[in-house]
Design a protein around this ligand. Sequence first.
Ligand code: HPA
Length: 274
Amino acid sequence: MINYTPEHVADCARFLQDKGIIQSTIGIVLGTGLGAFTREMEIELTIPYQEIPYFPTSTVEFHKGQLVYGSIGSKKVLAMQGRFHYYEGYSMQQITFPIRVMKALGVRYLFLSNAAGGMNPSFKKGDLVLLDDHINLQPDNPLRGMNDPSWGQRFVDLCAPYDGHLNALFEMKASELKIPLKKGVYVAVMGPNLETRAEYRWLRNTGADMVGMSTVPEVIVANQVGLPCAAVSVITDECDPDNLKPVNIAEIIEVAGKSDKTLSLLVKAVMGAC
Ligand code: HPA
């Protein structure tokens, strides 16, 4: 396991700068089945993760695994097409390394998307839900271990993990574009199995509206490094413990794919305004 230091981040940022990633305003992490956003970009560079120093490579076959750099209007955007998950066997430090690199590259705002199971009974397949808050039930933390003071605070405050200004922009643009956007609390679990009926019942009782296997580690690190962030879930399955139907991952990807275009348009509008 690599114990990352600020030097690893600086090396990686230098490598990407040498490739031509010189100025990025917005970073975005594209989740399961949500890769279409890059079609909205004027792409200048695509770099597979295998070529990037210290980057893990995506082991999930439907995650593309490349960094895409380009513009949306006047904004320079750095998109991670495919993210890393703890269930793949990576450490929390590996999963969140790209967020530190984005910060080093001058990224000022971070957006994240994910596929999630809807536990709030009013959430339906294909719904877009803005994260209002989260509950972290993953068994590790990206801030565990030695904390170089240059990373940021040791005890990171998470009283508002999702930026109020960005969330307000999401709500404003969704209403302008007439895109229905709900709000909810995301609970992060380790995965990779989906939950039992009893687990969904319990997770719902914790106060969560949707459940997924990602996003929270990146958000914790974004808060440590002072990167305002916002995240949107696409509800891919309805997790009613009293009426639970078997789902498979292919179906989850298909549902996410159907909402991909709408989410991309919404994110593009928000990017134009921030
Ligand atoms: N549980 C956990 N992660 C998920 C789910 C789920 O039901 N759906 C999509 N990602």
